[in-house]
Design a protein around this ligand. Structure first.
Ligand code: HEC
Length: 116
């Protein structure tokens, strides 16, 4: 009895995590808004920082590990990769949120590709 219950819990957990992944697109956009990234970044146009779509395109060919790199880049900030203006560190963003945003940014490179 308990054994099969355990199996169900495991299954539920698996389904739960795919659902979270699938809703990542929307959450990423929402987080970017909530975490005031949009004060410096826009999706399409350069503002203080590079547009998210340009970031997505630069790393389009990279392997999935780039999402971890981008999440780190979001939390630690950096300079010299896009221009002379540095990005301040964003330590208030949790690793999980940073990863969600990173996935969302990366997914932006696929947008428009369907317009052909
Ligand atoms: C004060 C302005 C500012 C804020 C706020 C800001 N950024 Fe940036 N961001 C920049 C600038 C400027 C750069 C370019 C830095 C460089 O040239 O290395 C950048 C670069 C990036 C990059 C590219 C990193 C790389 O290695 O190519 C990502 C991804 C990014 N920002 C995401 C975010 C996210 C997500 C947030 C919100 C949590 C955020 N930024 C908030 C200014 C900002």
């Amino acid at each position: 009895m308990w054994r099969s219950l355990g199996r169900w819990c495991f299954l539920l957990m698996m389904c739960g995590s795919t659902a979270v992944y699938a809703s990542g697109q929307l959450d990423g956009a929402k987080l970017a808004q909530e975490k005031v990234c949009l004060g410096c970044h826009q999706v399409e146009k350069a503002r203080v920082g590079p547009p998210f779509k340009a970031i997505a395109q630069r790393y389009q060919q990279a392997s999935d590990e780039i999402e971890v790199y981008l999440a780190q880049a979001i939390r630690q900030g950096g300079r010299g990769r896009w221009g002379v203006i540095p990005m301040p560190a964003q330590p208030q963003i949790s690793e999980e949120d940073a990863l969600t945003i990173a996935r969302w940014i990366r997914g932006l490179s696929l947008e428009g590709a369907t317009n052909e």
